[in-house]
Design a protein around this ligand. Structure first.
Ligand code: PEP
Ligand code: MG
Length: 933
């Protein structure tokens, strides 16, 4: 059929003439009906979708409306919302007023509302909320009369000014806290609730002065203005630092935006027949089927979540208000059946009447996630196929968390708090998040720290991320510390009331003892114990029966193999216990760093002729061989990929600067100093003090010869084996002698010799020829043959481009995505942290490309090289062995582009297995699979 194209001008005319369909920004819910429904998380956010769904299900939900996420995105784009949003919001407000028979902030029975954030993915406590909106100097009096409780009315008003002041008007929280604390002191009040109506009225007057002083304006009395300002502040809170940080670590898209929920207020602080609480339909720490949660009578929601008062277990509600308790159980059971997942809910009781404020799929530990998934299949709530998506692959790490080793240890329990997040953590005390970041350090210099706080707040998130564990003296199982650490899979003891944390003095008091920053403590997140001193930890077992059952459901889907990166027999054994199906990378250089080996390695490097070099290599040969024997035995029946020497040689020698200093001080050194120099340089031939004068300058000369401006792009990888072929020869000999030796014992051995950092076919051919020649020699000498492969790492863009050429010689490829990311971006993998935080904060990069494979760039090279390689050699085996091999989204990508295997560190094998199974299952099932996120 012929097609014709309209001229450009005509298109413009048509689009002018056709009115754009107006965006629906505001969705009403109330009176048993909602404009939206539970599947509209993209538009309504998790909370808004939940409110719509609960309303449609006839549950007691206070009515209101949700302003959808598009309005937030618009706000981010233009710095304000369109007139349409304002108009639709006013319409919805009128509808709400009509339904309630009230007016916002007006009349004898004023309508008050809450204004809450609610994004697609839950971001607990990261964004802002305003309660009691609509109160002003008049409506507070009406509320006092109506409730016959002036104290309650003034308390609500002062809370509004405080929240509005800090969230909307950007006034520091402490400006209000100072006023409040001073009033408590003046009135000799111990608790907040000890302040009477008169005192609270005085607080309000002071608060208003604080607002005027900081903003030069009065606290806004017009309820409609309050509402608009609050809505915009909640939109802005999507962009606050802690929300951004949370999104970064949870991989949530910055562009999603939040919805805003405006809902008629119900009060949990109206007196003894009112209250508020939060709970879970199952235990989120260990997954047992029990009604789980906490509540407080005569309180508002923030009192429970913020951990200011320690709440009561939810089962106690049955004694206090049996009817409400039964109704709550009935509703939450229904909700769980409806959503077919464990629910995390919030409720308020106002004058004996129950209201549901929120429900969502509850966050849980990995152990709980597996158990809940198994139970729900048994209960017939979900299918086995759905169950395998109910666990995030990274959560399986919880099964691998250590426990405290208490055998033969002095265990002095300082306090027992709540077992908020399982596992064990041992570290030095720090009292602030910044101190945690500073002390914990990064990379190789990481020190374990325990962040000790009275309670944590969303501002502590950066410190919580680096700490080994978290200890709080206040707050419950749903406090901020508990929820966030469970999400992170990090050990936490919360609400340890027997310890007192003096954050000002930076001291922790427990059992009459004082602990300061730097003191060691041990936490048991599974029992809630806080133990004095530094206990050892024992590694966990990965053969938990529930885990095995769960993996037994997931694994049949998996098509991608999972191998481990392991350099020594011990790690190989560990990896196999976690289910590794071979070794994808054995970095042979790690074998040379051992105390008894490095002298020979250094002798080899210092040799200035082939004969001396061969002599040193001969000493290394039996050591390498014995390591390979151990690894082959551990991986009986599976392939083991061994990489020939890769790093620049200077890494094995002392640093140039240190040597220069030592040479400079040598003439002035006393006997003691000389002795320590002999200790340091003994392995380089300095047997006594007299040798130092000769050895040190010789060493410096060699170090200078090896010095490179850009060692990562220098004399390393296959370039070493090409310039010093005897190194490759020795390594190949060690590999094949070991392989022949174990195969004679009946071990099934499949060595794969891997050449690093090739860029050209000729490099590959050069090294492959050496390996094949040595293999033939060994097989002849030993009169035994073993099957083997020779392949290469793809770590350079050039190698990816000419992969079809390289595959003529390489029988397998393994993507070294650490180097490939480095060489594709031109980022130094060791120094990128100077740049990365800014790049991520500015949105230039979404994630650290060294952690999550960059699908658009590096990923395309991986895809292309695989295709090109297989064009030459259709049965080319292809894997990945960079850090990305254990990261779930990268594993998914590897599955999608048809790799044969991923290889990762032993502790990520389980995660990679599940990620690979999920990737294959979603291919097969073509469903979203009800992920818990
Ligand atoms: C890589 O570059 O991805 C790799 C696995 O090698 P290494 O980290 O040892 O450079
Ligand atoms: Mg590399």
């Amino acid at each position: 059929m012929a097609t014709s194209t309209l001229p450009e001008t005509e298109i413009q005319e048509i689009s002018k003439a056709t009115p754009k369909t107006a965006t629906k920004y505001v969705y009403f819910f109330g009176d048993g009906k909602a404009d939206g429904h539970g599947k509209m998380k993209d538009e309504l956010g998790g909370k808004g979708a939940g409110l719509a769904e609960m309303t449609n299900a006839g549950l007691p939900v206070p009515p209101g409306f949700t302003i959808q996420t598009e309005a937030c995105r618009e706000y981010m784009r233009k710095g304000g919302v369109s007139a349409d949003v304002d108009r639709q919001m006013e319409d919805a407000l009128r509808r709400l007023e009509k339904l309630q028979g009230q007016q916002l902030g007006k009349g004898e029975n004023p309508l008050l509302v809450s204004v809450r954030s609610g994004a697609k993915f839950s971001m607990p406590g990261m964004m802002d909320t305003i309660l009691n909106l609509g109160l002003n100097d008049q409506s507070v009096e009406s509320l006092a009369k109506l409730s016959n409780n002036p104290r309650f009315a003034y308390d609500s008003y002062r809370r509004l000014i405080q929240m509005f002041g800090s969230v909307v008007l950007d006034i520091e929280k402490h400006a209000f806290e100072e006023v409040f604390d001073a009033k408590k002191k003046q009135k000799k009040a111990k608790l907040d609730t000890d302040l009477d109506a008169k005192a609270l009225k005085e607080v309000i007057a002071e608060y208003k002065k604080v607002v005027k002083k900081h903003t030069k304006h009065d606290f806004p009395q017009d309820p409609h203005a309050q509402l608009m300002m609050a809505r915009d502040a909640v939109f802005r809170s999507w962009q606050n630092d802690r929300a951004k940080h949370y999104r970064r670590i949870n991989n949530i898209d910055d562009m999603l935006g939040t919805a805003v929920n405006v809902q008629a207020m119900v009060f949990g602080n109206l007196g003894d027949t009112s209250g508020t609480g939060v709970g879970f339909t199952r235990n989120p720490a260990i997954g047992t089927k029990e009604f789980y949660g906490e509540f407080l009578m005569n309180a508002q929601g923030e009192d429970v979540v913020a951990g200011i008062r320690t709440p009561v277990h939810i089962l106690e509600l049955e004694k206090v208000m049996p009817d409400v308790y039964n109704q709550l159980r009935e509703i939450t059971t229904r909700l769980e059946k409806h959503y077919r997942d464990m629910q995390d809910f919030e409720f308020t009781i106002q004058d004996g009447k129950l209201y549901m404020l929120q429900t969502r799929n509850g966050k849980r530990t990995g152990i709980a996630a597996v158990r809940v998934a198994l139970q729900m299949v048994e209960e017939g709530l979900i299918t086995k196929e759905e169950a395998i998506f109910r666990v995030e692959p990274n959560q399986l790490y919880d099964f691998l968390v250590p426990r405290l080793d208490e055998k033969n240890a002095k265990v002095e329990v300082l306090a027992t708090g709540l077992p908020a997040s399982p596992g064990a953590a041992v570290g030095q005390i720090v009292f602030t998040a910044d101190e945690a970041v500073e002390k914990a350090g990064h990379g190789a210099t990481k020190n374990p720290v325990i962040l000790v706080r009275a309670e944590t707040t969303p501002e502590d998130i950066h410190g919580m991320e680096v700490a080994a564990g978290i200890l709080t003296s206040r707050g419950g199982m749903t406090s901020h510390a508990a929820v966030v650490t469970r999400g992170m899979g990090k050990c936490c003891v919360a609400g340890a009331g027997d310890i007192h944390v003096d954050e000002k003095k930076r001291e922790m008091h427990a059992k009459g003892q004082v602990f300061k920053a730097g003191d060691w403590i041990s936490l048991d997140g599974t029992t809630g114990r806080v133990i004095k001193g530094k206990l050892n930890t024992i590694p966990p077992k990965a053969d938990d029966p529930e885990l095995l059952k769960f993996m037994g459901w997931a694994e049949p889907f998996r098509t991608l193999r999972v191998r481990a990166n392991a350099d020594i027999p011990r790690d190989a054994i560990q990896a196999r216990a976690f289910g590794a199906e071979g070794i994808g990378l054995c970095r042979t250089e790690h074998m040379f760093f051992a105390e008894d080996r490095i002298p020979h390695m250094q002798a080899m490097i210092l040799a200035n002729n082939e004969k001396d070099r061969r002599a040193a290599l001969k000493k290394l040969l039996p050591m390498q061989r014995s390591d390979f024997i151990g690894v082959f035995r551990a991986m009986d029946g599976f392939a083991v990929t061994i990489r020939t020497l890769d790093p620049p040689l200077h890494e094995f020698l002392p640093r140039r600067e240190e040597l220069m200093v030592d040479i400079a001080i040598l003439p002035y050194a006393d006997t003691k100093e000389k002795k320590s120099l002999v200790e340091r340089y003994g392995r380089f031939g300095a047997k006594g003090a007299n040798d130092l004068k000769k050895v040190l300058p010789t060493l410096l000369r060699r170090v200078e010869e090896l010095h490179e401006f850009n060692p990562m792009l220098g004399h390393r990888g296959c370039r070493l084996g090409i310039t010093y072929p005897e190194i490759t020869e020795m390594q190949a000999r060690a590999i094949f002698e070991a392989a022949v030796a174990v195969s004679k014992d009946g071990v099934k051995v499949y060595p794969e010799v891997m050449i690093p950092l090739t860029a050209t076919l000729k490099e590959m051919a050069n090294q492959a020829a050496i390996v094949r020649r040595v293999a033939d020699e060994v097989f002849k000498e030993k009169e035994t043959k073993v099957e083997y492969l020779v392949g290469t790492m793809i770590e350079l863009p050039r190698a990816a481009l000419v992969a079809d050429e390289i595959a003529k010689e390489a029988e397998f490829f393994s993507f070294g995505t650490n180097d490939l990311t480095q060489t594709t971006f031109g980022f130094s993998r060791d120094d990128v942290n100077k740049i990365l935080p800014t790049y991520i904060a500015e949105g230039i990069l979404k994630q650290d490309p060294f952690a999550v494979l960059d699908r658009e760039g590096v990923g395309q090279l991986v895809k292309m090289a695989t295709e090109r390689g297989r064009k030459t050699r259709s049965n080319l085996k292809v894997g990945i062995c960079g850090e990305h091999g254990g990261e779930p989204s990268s594993v998914e990508f590897c599955h999608q582009v048809g790799l044969n295997y991923v290889s990762c560190s032993p502790f990520r094998v389980l995660t990679a297995r599940l990620a690979a199974a999920q990737a294959a299952a979603s291919d097969k099932l073509k469903t979203e699979g009800g992920r818990t996120k």
